[in-house]
Design a protein around this ligand. Structure first.
Ligand SMILES: [Fe+2]
Ligand SMILES: [Fe+2]
Length: 161
């Protein structure tokens, strides 16, 4: 059995149950994609599953940002958009141009990118949600969105730190 593409570590746990469950699924899907590549199997179905899950994962976080008072254009959301762009491009190369090299490069890129993103940007989002008493299950926010910028939390002007 080959090593997983990305092993879960405690550093990835952000103590937000919905997000932690989603991140576990992301890691599992990334590992399934990596295993398909290692097995020399068709990795496209696993990659499509990873992409679809990532679209939902990012949309969920961006919905929380919006309901918590973040500006729509903030650097966390921009990073999501950039990652989805690269993933969609890699899929297009594989399906339209018959070039699967970008897919295999992306496997390592995603494994390197995800821990940094989760431990910085997603952790900052969870921190901000806790500060504002925002409950994603109900959508209730204890505090009104702050007017000041939340640059340190990467929320952009109007962010909710
Ligand atoms: Fe995330
Ligand atoms: Fe994120």
């Amino acid at each position: 059995m080959t090593a997983p593409t990305l092993a879960w570590t405690d550093a990835l746990t952000l103590n937000q149950p919905t997000l932690d469950a989603t991140h576990h699924e992301f890691v599992d899907l990334l590992n399934a994609f990596g295993a398909a590549l290692d097995a020399g199997a068709d990795a496209l179905p696993a990659f499509r599953a990873l992409l679809a899950h990532t679209e939902d994962h990012f949309a969920m976080e961006e919905d929380w940002m919006a309901r918590c008072g973040f500006e729509p254009q903030n650097c966390h959301a921009s990073q999501h958009a950039m990652v989805l762009n690269v993933m969609r491009e890699a899929l297009r190369y594989a399906t339209e141009l018959g070039d699967r090299e970008p897919l295999s490069i992306l496997r390592g890129e995603l494994a390197a990118w995800f821990p940094a993103h989760a431990e910085m940007m997603d952790a900052a989002l969870v921190f901000t949600m806790a500060q504002r008493g925002f409950d994603p299950a109900t959508g209730a926010c204890r505090a009104a969105p702050a007017a000041e910028a939340a640059a340190h939390a990467c929320g952009g002007p109007g962010g909710c730190a």
